[in-house]
Design a protein around this ligand. Sequence first.
Ligand code: GLU
Length: 318
Amino acid sequence: MSEKIIDLQKALDDALSLARQHIDKGNVATYIPELAHGNPKHLGACIMSTDGERYYAGDSKQLFTMQSISKTITLILALKLAGEDEVFSRIGVEPTGDAFNSIVRLETKTQFPLNPMINAGAIVAAGCCFEQKGDRVYEEFLDLARKLCGNKDISMDEKVYISEKTVGMRNRAMAYFLQGEGVLKCKAEDALDLYFRMCSALVNVCDLSHYALILANNGKCPKTGEVLVEESVVRIVKTLMVTCGMYDGSGEFAIKVGMPGKSGVGGGILATAENKMGIATFGPSLDRKGNSVGGLIILEELSKKLGLHLFSGNVFYR
Ligand code: GLU
């Protein structure tokens, strides 16, 4: 084994051990009843490097729902189906500083959602997809997710979908407001149904590290050379991940971790190290902003140890 391989596996194992000491500081999401069954002790991570190596630690096979991580794929699909001009005439690209499910700016700032990484923005992005293809578009979303994750078996968690569809009144309130303002051009319920399905796609950290690697590699699969996402679209997605991907914790994440990242209340976080590797973590114990407590620590540690911060100036902390 080369020295590089030993270093990466050790860095991952060490980061996980450190994170494990802190996961009891958070709580699993309960506002979607089905997510309340998550085990707060679960912790896993996977790194996939551009040279095709994979490194696992902890609960790396455990399945969980993408939740907000799906917003990045929804955006990719919306940009492909409806085009950049249409999408960004209805969704902004600015951070909010508010919670992911906040409703407040829709009326006080502009009737457009401020960005596609918050619920209101993702519901409009889902609407853009639905308006183009109708019900069939969920299959297209799953196909894209399967390609990006390198796993043809990705499917939807029916129980989580039904659970959120039943209780998702805040999202419903936003969608009806957006339909009333003409920002959503399809029916609110159609956009919502698609959005809930997208959030309920089941993955593990290996799947997500593959997706993160594709983003890190600017849309091209390093293994096959196939372009899965256009480079210009990847640039938009990664930029929005930096500024808005970690909800109202995005600024702190940018300072401490310094990689494009996207989290979900299912406990996953996706992070991309430019041209080097894709990283995914899983730990359903969340902080008050909805980000995985363990995942944040793992990513901060890896960023430090491996010099992955975008502005690290190649400083290695070995
Ligand atoms: N489906 C969740 C919701 O709409 C996603 C939230 C998240 O992961 O941030 O509330």
